[in-house]
Design a protein around this ligand. Structure first.
Ligand code: ATP
Ligand code: MG
Length: 418
């Protein structure tokens, strides 16, 4: 039997992507290769009903997109803290709870860590957002408890938690040459988290860093909310969202809302939900739109559409060019427009709320903006151009540092001293 290696494993179990790091007792942490050479992987599980195997990460997404028969699970973290986490779904004629699926994913991470380290690690620091659930401490505590139970069931023995933005700060600190007051900004798939911290090379070795954390704030807004909004506004009208029926009333919007929300899509495929959607037909004046909706549900294109919306969002943000959401999987030649004006029109409200949370963090720290040395950006959605614009307007004189988009939190978790 291999002994558990000496050191700490950090697991950033993200809404969209997960990453892991490892640090020996006196070493800098390093990110662990998870899928080929890649050091982060989509938090995705695919239950393949053709080969009856479970696939993870890019492999899971690729199998789903290739049309393989099976079930895709994404945004599992968004279910933590909600009663849905204890609900079951049918996998290969067996009910499996979503918490068990989280466990399966964490167990796979542990196996991949063991492949890299030579033995399965037992001591882990898991990241957690500042709030799993906004404004509900009970549900927030339940979310962490569920994650703890899943980590235990996955085989970890010594499990601690650290706030994700603090972990990102501890990683950034390793690259600093002088003491600085930094606003850490982590905009992920599910949450946006902030912390104001005092960082510096001389402070790294201090045993107690609590007094260096001046404030933390967080809000449950992230890239999956951006995808949802963009899907609802740009794509769902093609399936009947806001479409007027013969009585001049809009088609009820619930189905479109769920179809645009990564972690709710799978419920639309239940026979009861399909039957419910079928009854919407009388609400359409153009029944071709309803037929499209039914095709999407029956042929289970929901995750595919969400994926295409996400890709169009990223393309548009990175290139500033007009692009389209490819919907040819639904119907030959079908697409929806996506451009910078749409990003601003549909996302600026959410982005303002996110940046308000950053401002509140600085206020709670008791600082004026000119006392900040830098704003440090991490998390995939921090690359969103409209977000950076709103942030620059809020902190016009503070230098922005664009950090590691996908590895920063994981790298810092292995240093956590909670
Ligand atoms: N270049 C980009 N521009 C805009 N958004 C991007 C870009 N690249 C990735 N994203 C978005 O970043 C999000 C994923 O970021 P990340 O991996 O940091 O989240 P996470 O850690 O899984 O989520 P959380 O921390 O909220 O649990 C996705 O919503 C994705 O669409
Ligand atoms: Mg994250």
């Amino acid at each position: 039997m291999h002994l558990s290696p000496a050191g700490t494993l950090g697991i950033d179990f993200g809404t969209s992507n997960s990453a892991m790091s490892w640090a020996g007792p006196h070493d800098n942490s390093r990110l662990i290769p998870l899928e080929g050479g890649a050091v982060s992987m989509p938090t995705a599980v695919f239950f393949n009903s053709e080969d009856h195997r479970t696939h993870f990460g890019r492999d899971a997404v690729a199998q789903y997109l290739a049309g393989t028969e099976g079930r895709l699970m994404r945004s599992l973290k968004s279910l933590l803290g909600s009663p849905l986490i204890h609900e079951s779904t049918e996998i290969d004629h067996r009910p499996v709870s979503f918490l068990e699926i989280v466990t399966t994913f964490l167990a796979e991470l542990r196996t991949r860590a063991a492949q890299d380290l030579g033995a399965a690690p037992e001591r882990v620091v898991m990241g957690r957002p500042v709030h799993f659930v906004d404004d509900d401490q009970q549900r927030d505590a339940a979310a962490q408890q569920s994650l703890l139970e899943a980590a235990q069931a996955a085989g970890f023995r010594e499990i601690r938690f650290q706030l994700e933005p603090i972990a990102a700060a501890l990683d950034h600190e390793r690259r600093l040459t002088r003491e600085s007051l930094v606003l850490i900004v982590d905009i992920g798939g599910g949450t946006s988290d902030f912390t104001v911290v005092r960082l510096g090379p001389e402070r790294i070795a201090r045993p107690d860093r609590v007094s260096d954390v001046l404030a933390t704030t967080g809000v449950h807004i992230g890239g999956t909310d951006f995808d949802q909004r963009l899907s609802l506004e740009q794509v769902m009208p093609l399936l009947g969202h806001r479409h007027l029926g013969p009585q001049g009333r809009e088609v009820p919007s619930r189905t479109f809302f769920d179809l645009s929300t990564w972690h709710l899509i799978q419920w639309l495929y239940l026979p009861r939900a399909i039957a419910q959607a079928q009854t919407l037909r009388v609400n359409y004046s153009d029944v071709r739109l309803h037929e499209r909706l039914m095709r999407v549900l029956r042929e289970r294109h929901g995750h595919h559409i969400a994926h295409e919306v996400e890709q169009a969002k990223i393309r548009c943000s990175m290139t500033d060019a007009d692009t389209t959401v490819d919907l040819s999987i639904v119907e030959a030649g079908l697409s929806a427009p996506m451009d910078m004006a749409a990003l601003h029109a549909h996302l600026d409200g959410l982005l303002e709320r996110t940046v308000a949370c950053a401002r509140e963090c600085v206020q709670r720290a008791g600082l004026r903006d000119d006392q900040l040395d830098a704003v440090y950006l991490t998390g995939g959605s921090s690359a969103l151009r409209p977000f950076q614009q709103v942030l620059r307007t809020a902190f016009p004189d503070v230098p922005l540092i664009e950090g590691d988009l996908f590895g920063g939190v994981a790298a810092g978790l292995a240093y956590a001293q909670t």
